[in-house]
Design a protein around this ligand. Sequence first.
Ligand SMILES: [Zn+2]
Length: 278
Amino acid sequence: MRVTFATQPASPDRPNEDFIAATPDAVVLLDGAGTPAGSESGCSHGVAWYARTLGSKLIASLTQSAGSLTEILAEGIKATTSLHDFTCDVNHPGSPSATVVMLRRTGDDLEYLVLADSVLVLDVIGVDEPMVITDDREGQVGKRYRTAMDALGSGTPDHTAALREYVEAMRAHRNRDGGFWVASSDPLAAEQALTGAVPADQIRAAALLSDGASRPVDRFHLATWRQVLDILAQHGPSELIRQVRDAEHSDPAGKRWPRGKAFDDASAALASPLQPLQ
Ligand SMILES: [Zn+2]
């Protein structure tokens, strides 16, 4: 595959809690779920460490293992948990977690796995409307709790407190039936991921997006998935992130688009299974 990607933290003085990596045959993208200021997590390593460590294990396994993507993710969660279960309280409800998107070319197929609210967009040859794969269970649960936060302007102390309350309320629904599933310390979460395979020769390109990079479509409603695919193909992932930042800067207080984070870590990759002939 031909793969291009870019990732950028929400601000230069904070660690990037997204992780992205690729080989010629595989791409992984993770979006670590933040621990808001003043919130406990039971872990001394932090969210960026979790996303980086699990992501590194996944990309390594994808080059070495013929196992299913679900098995590779379950093994990765188990291995990452074993790196800190003797120093940290990995059963803490706020233990670091991450969304996961995995893409692998095997022979004639393109296999995918999507866990939680990062987005995979497949540009299917001969079809106008892209195929969009994302798990919105977290968003559905979140609707019950986000009214107070959304009513307050971003960047105010009240909003920071409301975000903390929102995240802590959501913890009660994390990795539970009827709630939502993310990669954290329970390998069983892998079985909740959306998975599938498509013939590689029917896919012009696949876009992997953290929710910081899918905002122009699913939160700001400034672009369609088709337009995002075109930006990625014609101008590259950095241009998509630049456009996200422009939109965020145009509404720093979250008045037009209420949101938990005024600025978010943003990551985008474009993988094209068909190599252009030289
Ligand atoms: Zn830890």
